[in-house]
Unconditional design. Structure first.
Length: 189
């Protein structure tokens, strides 16, 4: 039963995303029959990575997909971020790391900038991200950054406090990370 529910869910998501993940050239048969020559995988993808949302898993899938197909990747000069806290700019990619034919996949952390990103990527690029419920995201970030150790408060006590920012002020980088709305920040807002 669980497998059939899972397969049904995959089918529903696949139908909803058909125009995103595949470029169709004719109608497809989802059950039974073969689908020869009716679609091709999308090879131009911009993943806006988000913290604590399984985006590293999706990044890994995209990197393996691109590696197997000899696709090109936009890579930061150092580390795994393109600028922080500055929004993405094409100038963040060293010219000696830019292939003459351009990039197929962008899948590293950045602060989104639509103008710069769309000029970097091919015209048919799909732009994707993963969003998480803000309360669940905050709970995950609280544990990830070990804020119990930084604030001396459990998450419940932290949420009940009158001035939680005073506890976060002990670490300015943590305060900035959690005071701003992480998703809005990543989207360049």
């Amino acid at each position: 039963m669980l497998i059939s529910i899972h397969m049904y869910s995959i089918q529903q998501y696949s139908i909803a995303a058909r125009g995103v993940w595949y470029r169709s050239t004719e109608n497809r048969s989802w059950f039974g029959g073969e689908c020869q020559g009716c679609c091709r995988p999308v090879t131009d993808v911009f993943l806006l990575k988000t913290h604590k949302c399984a985006s590293s898993t999706l990044q890994n899938i995209l990197m393996r997909f691109g590696d197997r197909r000899n696709l090109s990747f936009a890579l930061p000069a150092h580390g795994n971020y393109f600028g922080h806290p500055e929004p993405f700019s094409r100038s963040m990619i060293p010219s000696d790391m830019t292939p003459s034919w351009g990039f197929n996949i962008f899948c590293h952390h950045t602060r989104f900038n639509m103008d710069e990103s769309s000029q970097l990527m091919p015209p048919e690029t799909i732009f994707i991200t993963i969003l998480r419920d803000p309360a669940s995201l905050f709970e995950s970030l609280y544990a990830y950054y070990d804020l119990l150790n930084h604030t001396g408060l459990t998450l419940d006590d932290f949420l009940k406090s009158d001035r939680p920012e005073t506890y976060l002020a002990r670490s300015s980088s943590l305060c900035g990370t959690l005071r701003t709305k992480p998703d809005a920040f990543r989207f360049g807002l």
